[in-house]
Ligand binder design. Sequence first.
Ligand code: ATP
Length: 235
Amino acid sequence: MLEVENLEVFYGPVQALFGVSLRVEAGEIVTLVGRNGAGKSTLLRAISGLVPACGSVRFAGEELLGRAPEQIVRRGVAHVPEGRRIFPGLTVVENLQVAAYAVGAPEARVREDVGRVLDLFPGLRARSRSYGWSLSGGEQQMLAIGRGLMARPRLLLLDEPSLGLAPLLVDELFRTIGEIRSAGTAVLLAEQNAAMALALADRAYVLENGRITREGPGSELLQDEGVIAAYLGGG
Ligand code: ATP
């Protein structure tokens, strides 16, 4: 469904990605593991049109490179950036509605999708009339993901969703990502929380200094000695 080939990204004279290739099939969870600064966010941003890139990003057979971010969302790729970026002055429901209207969704569909997102995140349903600013970090993360789902994506790009969450919330978050996949949305997940992200993944890629250095089924990379030493606190 998503095929990235030979992707290169430069920030001025600094090259951040070097010939990165990866794919995500329909219904898969694919994890991208890498240290701070390895290029995970850059890769997700290039896929969703937020930074210029060379190479090829094909989604459902169509080239995305060169398209504007809003065109890419409408084609079914939603991006949940690191750091949550919800609207603090809007309520939970309003945050969800704005995300849907931004992709031109009609009112009946918006109502239905708000219900669907609140079913997926029962904790958010309890806070549906609360303002963004009053939410806990975990609630904000759920809302950020909910906003991404309002575009009815076929592929959801999640950038470090577990960052700063308490362990119990991280468990809940990863369970919910599994439910999102079961409902038919593929997920490309950038994570430093490698153990849980690899356990959940159908397939995974390791990104080091802007290059893919390993790939395979999540369960296989969990057993890989290099991965254990570098990302799972072993050695
Ligand atoms: P993090 O989890 O910290 O976001 P990451 O793996 O997502 O790490 P990127 O943010 O993609 O890494 O950064 C990749 C490289 O590109 C890093 O060396 C970073 O310093 C550089 N970089 C990122 N954004 C910019 C920018 N706007 N201008 C210049 N260099 C940048």
